[in-house]
Design a protein around this ligand. Sequence first.
Ligand SMILES: [Zn+2]
Length: 106
Amino acid sequence: MAVFGDPDASEFEALIERSCTICGGEAVAYWVGSGTIKVCERCALEVLPKLCADVTLRGKRLGLSRDRARVDEALDRMRIAFLEAAVTNLSRPRTSEWTGPISRST
Ligand SMILES: [Zn+2]
């Protein structure tokens, strides 16, 4: 994943339209796979986790205990992936200003 404005950003970044793939708002980060997924902060923190929950619980119900185990396992995997990305991000020098996630007002 890359953050728009990151000093290490490639020239590719300048070619990317900065609209969130999900809501159309201003994207702040992107992921390049077979296509480019761009997300705003709200969709990254509030919408993508909902998609992950739907993916985790897709298919038929297995019963409360086993479905809960699926959720717990998914959260563990997501926590590891999140922390790995955070450590990678923190290990890079940052010259641009970034104020962190916007606090929710609710
Ligand atoms: Zn969005």
